[in-house]
Design a protein around this ligand. Structure first.
Ligand code: FES
Ligand SMILES: [Fe+2]
Length: 362
């Protein structure tokens, strides 16, 4: 398992950005133990606000994992009170800001050190995100959110939990520029392809035939795909259906990631019918299986610290340069962007026609 240092990405182990931490449907008043960025967290939904709350997992009193207990009476009697949560061991209670707000056996002033870190959380389109920043700064871009979620013509996704992948996220990021895997892996016959980098966004526009995601009448699959930051990818898909694909990955350890997938589908009706929902689920499954073709390679390949790149490969080196910005202090990120921002085409492959820019959300 290769690390961030092995790839030479920058001084921080984990990238700055918004990252998914849970399918929102799994976040309830029963706390969940989750682990990302080499850190253990307690994740729960406040009963008063209904908001997802993410705290560091270990209690400052004696180090108990707040979200890993099923037998303490402090848990069995209802661990979440309002938006606060009790530690299983001695029932100290912590607010959503992470500060201890009640100790059942002590009337004195609560020490300042009696607090856990509370993380900035956002919830949108059925997903819960955390802002992770090694410098501790405020978010410098917004979590992407799209109007299709609230459009009744569109069928919402049911998130596919793809589990932990024991590969460094760099291997996944490479995919955004990987023109030449599209034929062998996905059965695509690519007719145009280009990349664009723009600040925290990395864009891929491509179109061509596809074995499973278009009809047999020779129509093309067009995808307009973009990363917003280092971990959230959307793709506007035009093929059998108009669809919005979602792939997201969050570092777990230095060299592994957790991955989710979803697909929203535009139906032919003003309000999607039960049959539209069934068809959308089938299309999401076809999309998941297409992604699984990449996943199989990533789960067993050796780390690629340096691409043996051909002129007719996609611009891997540009995507790798783009990805570095998130592992550097912000003061250096702007300079890195300046070096990589722009549109890139590949030798012998037409650039995207204007009509291919269907996403336009970036
Ligand atoms: S260890 Fe958490 S209250 Fe004592
Ligand atoms: Fe792929």
């Amino acid at each position: 398992m290769a690390t961030t240092k092995d790839y030479g990405l920058g001084e921080y182990t984990f990238p700055r950005g918004w990252f998914m931490v849970a399918d929102a449907t799994t976040v309830t008043a029963i706390p969940k133990a989750v682990r990302f960025f080499g850190t253990d967290f307690a994740l729960y939904r406040g009963k008063t606000s209904g908001k997802a709350i993410l705290l560091d997992a270990y209690c400052p009193h004696m180090g108990t994992h707040i979200a890993k207990n099923t037998t303490s009476y402090a848990v069995l009697d209802g661990q979440v009170e309002g938006d606060s949560i009790r530690c299983p061991y001695h029932a100290w209670r912590f607010g959503p800001d992470g500060k201890c707000d009640h100790i059942p056996y002590y009337d004195g002033p609560i020490p300042k050190a009696a607090s856990v870190r509370s993380w900035p959380v956002m919830e949108t389109m059925g997903c819960v995100y955390v802002w992770y920043d090694p410098e501790g700064g405020e978010p410098d871009y917004a979590v992407p959110s799209h109007p299709e979620w609230d459009d009744p013509q569109w069928v919402r996704w049911k998130i596919d939990d793809l589990g932990e992948l024991h590969a460094h996220p760099q291997e996944i990021i490479d995919n955004i520029t990987d023109l030449t895997h599209l034929g062998p892996i996905h059965g695509s016959t690519v007719e145009y392809f280009e990349n664009e980098f723009r600040g925290p966004q990395a864009i891929q526009r491509q179109g061509g035939g596809h074995r499973t995601l278009v009809s047999a009448d020779g129509s093309l699959l067009h995808t307009d795909t973009w990363y917003t930051g280092p971990g959230i990818l959307y793709s506007s898909v035009r093929g059998f259906y108009d669809a919005l694909m979602y792939i997201t990955h969050t570092p777990v350890e230095d060299g592994s990631v957790y991955v989710w997938h979803g697909l929203m589908v535009k139906s032919a009706h003003a309000v999607a019918t039960a049959e539209d929902v069934t068809n959308a689920r089938l299309f999401q499954e076809a999309s998941r299986l297409a992604f699984a073709q990449d996943f199989e390679v990533w789960s067993s390949k050796r780390p690629c610290l340096q691409v043996l790149q051909l002129p007719t490969d996609g611009p891997f080196h540009k995507a790798r340069a783009w990805y570095k910005q998130f592992f550097q202090p912000r003061s250096k990120a702007a300079e890195l962007c300046k070096q990589v921002d722009g549109v890139y085409t590949v030798k012998g492959m037409p650039a995207a026609p204007a009509s291919a820019k269907v996403g336009q959300r970036y």
